[in-house]
Design a protein around this ligand. Structure first.
Ligand SMILES: [Zn+2]
Ligand SMILES: [Zn+2]
Length: 320
């Protein structure tokens, strides 16, 4: 099968063996895959990953030991646990010390014609959800993870830093619950189009200024930059809550003293629940497909990654 293979920081299109599913796994044909910032970071050396990258997908089950799943269109959770440790047994397989992660850690990902995943990771996609919508399930789940982890008080002033794909998804999740008062900070005023249904959102482009110093009770950092982290700390009130969503390849040297002085609470936030994400897509409370800037075949992967890196581009998808 054709697949994009990353080795020593170089990506190339190659012909590799079709994966053979383990006993608990299904073979899945990829219908549509999304390029995520994490994939771009992998190319820069994040996680030191070698193999087939890509973790956002919608696909069709080709083989499964469960006849009910045969032929079904599915999306899949990306963490594969050992199934035996205390983390796995308590339903937290994303923290299993022996885990593999689709397209990120010890498991070939979705920039390929086929993948394998355990049946327990898969969620059947309702028919009313298009492939272009379903491919956003994983990042949407990551956005929903915030409200699963942090109690956001309706009286809180909330800021989201970053109007990229993840920032916009987080904004739409908060917007779906109309009691929240939040401001989206970004550099692309035109992206308010993505958030049309809500007038409460301001896109602020000059958040470098001190105008927002100590104005927010909770700040969600989703800019993917170190600068965003500094801005977030600057914008928080004492006793505020900092929620971190960005994964950046380069390490950082940061002065953490303001976190101590202002007694900030910091929450790291990664993968989220798929079922509520599919519910939001099904009931139409979110339309992430508007974020697709371009679609390419696997053969045109170079063009696809070039486009994904361009300023102003949101989601780029690959169809094998
Ligand atoms: Zn991702
Ligand atoms: Zn485990």
């Amino acid at each position: 099968m054709r697949a994009l293979v990353l080795s020593d920081g170089k990506l190339r299109l190659a012909n590799i063996d079709k994966p053979i599913p383990a006993q608990n796994e299904c073979l899945i044909k990829i219908l549509c895959a999304g390029i995520c910032n994490t994939d771009i970071e992998l190319l820069r050396g994040y996680m030191g990953f070698n193999g087939v990258p890509g973790h956002e997908f919608v696909g069709q089950i080709i083989t499964s030991s469960d006849p009910k799943l045969m032929g079904k269109r599915v999306v899949g959770e990306i963490n594969i646990g050992c199934g035996a440790c205390s983390w796995c047994r308590s339903g937290n397989k994303e923290h299993c010390p022996a885990r593999s992660v689709l397209g990120i850690l010890n498991k070939n990902g979705v920039f390929a014609e086929y993948i394998t995943l355990p049946a327990e990771n898969l969620h059947v996609v309702p028919e009313s959800i298009s492939n272009e919508q379903a491919v956003f399930t994983e990042p949407l789940a990551a956005a929903i993870r915030i409200v699963q982890q942090v109690h956001l008080n309706p009286e809180d002033k909330i800021a989201i830093i970053g109007d990229g794909k993840l920032g916009l998804l987080i904004a739409q999740v908060l917007q779906s619950n109309t009691i929240f008062d939040f401001t989206l900070f970004g550099r692309h005023p035109e992206r308010t189009d993505q958030l049309k249904s809500c007038s409460a959102i301001k896109i602020v482009t000059n958040y470098e200024s001190n105008r927002y110093h100590a104005k927010f009770d909770a700040v969600i950092e989703a800019s993917g930059t170190q600068d965003g982290f500094l801005q977030a700390i600057n914008m928080l009130k004492p006793l505020g809550h900092l929620i971190l969503k960005s994964t950046v390849a380069e390490g950082s040297q940061l002065n953490l003293a303001p976190i101590v002085i202002n007694e900030l609470t910091v929450t790291g936030s990664r993968c989220g629940p798929f079922a509520p994400a599919l519910r939001m897509l099904e009931n139409g409370s979110i339309h992430p497909e508007n974020m697709i800037s371009a679609a390419y075949s696997l053969d045109n992967w170079e063009e696809a990654f070039k486009t994904a890196l361009k300023k102003g581009v949101l989601k780029v998808v690959l169809t094998p």
